[in-house]
Design a protein around this ligand. Structure first.
Ligand code: DX5
Ligand code: ZN
Length: 215
């Protein structure tokens, strides 16, 4: 199990120290939430700040776009060379074209599904992406409660990946904590994103380790 702390819940007044601390505490990826105030009712950070995050980090970035104009934002963030760049399928008319574009820029493309979006939408795309991110809260804010109906979705996605022999990781984002991590792993998740759970803990290391436990 890989853990990607979401810096949305970090202390932005102390960002460099926060990034260094989660890297040291065992983060595998740094999850960066990019929100435009249109696709979701919140605005976060742009390429200038994310570039500073990339410089402070010793782990690769996992950039999650929650925006209306994916190509415009992809062009802003691809030069930062994240490991993953993921975009919402609900907001993209030509997902295969964008997947291709991201890959040609040397970055691993991934698709994000909102909690209500069925896994079946991925049938003809699953073999083209390196990651599918299943939202387990409605995107826009940290600290929300996990939506339990995402558990059967993880299982359905795992079955689809296995049956199509796809090389695609499953990431889960929203309301992840030490109590639901084992269910998520059992259902088939490979990467857990956690914001509030890690950044509100007394020990980032203990929190990250509790998500990585093998069950
Ligand atoms: C929500 C973001 C998440 C969020 C997760 O729109 O995509 O990455 O930061 O935060 P927690 O773990 O607090 O639900
Ligand atoms: Zn996210």
């Amino acid at each position: 199990m890989y853990v990607a702390p979401s810096i949305l819940s970090a202390d932005f007044g102390n960002l460099r120290a926060e990034i260094e601390a989660i890297c040291e505490a065992g983060a595998d990826l740094i999850h960066v939430d990019v929100m435009d105030g249109h696709f979701v009712p919140n605005i976060t950070i742009g390429p200038v700040v994310v570039n500073a995050v990339a410089k402070a980090a010793t782990k690769p970035l996992d950039i999650h776009l929650m925006v209306e104009n994916n190509t415009f934002f992809a062009d802003l963030f691809l030069p930062l060379k994240p490991k993953f760049l993921t975009f919402h399928i609900e907001e993209e008319k030509h997902p295969l074209r964008l997947i291709d574009y991201i890959r040609k820029n040397g970055v691993s493309p991934g698709i994000v599904l909102n909690p209500h979006t069925p896994v079946s939408i991925l049938e003809y795309i699953i073999n083209e992406v390196d990651m599918v991110l299943l939202m387990s809260v409605n995107p826009g804010f940290g600290g929300q409660s996990f939506i339990p109906s995402v558990l059967p979705k993880i299982r359905a996605l795992r079955e689809m990946i296995d049956s199509k022999n796809a090389k695609c990781l499953i990431e889960v984002d929203g309301g992840v904590n030490g109590l639901n991590a084992s269910d998520l792993e059992e259902a088939g998740a490979d990467i857990l994103v956690a914001g509030n759970y890690i950044f509100s803990s007394n020990s980032y290391k203990t929190a990250i380790e509790s998500l990585k436990l093998e069950f």
